[in-house]
Design a protein around this ligand. Structure first.
Ligand SMILES: *[C@@H]1O[C@H](CO)[C@@H](O)[C@H](O)[C@H]1NC(C)=O
Length: 246
């Protein structure tokens, strides 16, 4: 008190000091607000992060799993190689039945074992993004991979249209033959993409080529070959795929 009385400067200092002393308390409030703003931001960022994770994850799941559409179709076909011989045309045309799952990026065809003719049950997968086709022989549990032939396999929307037509009745068509030759074993199936990896995981997997594209034209001793035959359709005609070990 005495000091304050005698030394107004000090008193003033004290007066000045007082707010300075108080300042931290006053400052404490803004610091608190800043702190909570910070926490708020971190929380918001966290929520944004989790949401973006959910959105990306959801998009992936959606792409890989959800918009599956299942179709069933039957095609009757006449074999062009016997067509000239009208009397030998069978009274009942052979038919191919299949179940297909179609998405924007792939189509999986389930070929049941044929009833009245030779052929193997199989899954045939067309990956439209990777531009690859894989045949999984269900008897041998072996996969065969070849580049997707876009002149044989209709794009997804056209496939859906075709199968929608087939749902309302059987379709008469013709047979196209395709000769494929096994070229090499694939040890690492990862580069073949998600779908083929899922289909062929744990199975022996081989690469194939069209016989016609082989250097020697593929004219070989066919009788000595082991071959598999698949009947399927992913267009307005039935394809008979023969896969042979060279
Ligand atoms: C696609 O298939 C057609 C009919 O079998 C054939 O003529 C053509 O050469 C094939 N194209 C490719 C790139 O393999």
């Amino acid at each position: 008190m005495v000091k304050i009385a005698f030394n107004p400067a000090l008193a003033q200092k004290a007066l000045v000091k007082e707010p300075i002393v108080k300042d931290p308390e006053l400052a404490a409030a803004p610091v608190g607000i800043a702190g909570s703003t910070g926490r708020c931001l971190v929380t918001l960022l966290g929520i944004a992060f989790i949401l973006s994770g959910l959105i990306v994850g959801g998009a992936c799941l959606y792409r890989y799993f959800t918009p599956k559409r299942l179709y069933h179709g039957t095609m009757q076909f006449s074999d062009m190689s016997t067509v000239g011989d009208a009397e030998r045309q069978p009274y009942y045309l052979p038919r191919v039945e299949e179940e297909v799952e179609i998405t924007d990026s792939m189509a999986v065809i389930s070929v049941p074992p044929p009833r009245f003719r030779p052929g193997e049950p199989a899954y045939i997968l067309h990956d439209f993004n990777r531009k690859l086709t894989a045949y999984l022989d269900l008897t041998l549990r072996t996969c065969f991979v070849i580049p997707l032939n876009t002149s044989v396999v209709l794009p997804p929307q056209d496939l859906i249209d075709l199968f929608s037509q087939l749902m309302s009745g059987s379709y008469r068509s013709y047979l196209v033959q395709e000769d494929l030759v096994v070229t090499e074993r694939i040890d690492d199936i990862k580069p073949l993409g998600f779908y083929i990896r899922r289909l062929c995981a744990g199975k022996e997997t081989y690469r194939m080529e069209r016989r016609a594209s082989l250097p020697d034209g593929g004219i070989q001793k066919r009788s000595a070959e082991e071959c598999l035959t698949f009947h399927h359709f992913e267009n307005k005609f039935v394809t008979e795929t023969r896969i042979c070990k060279a």
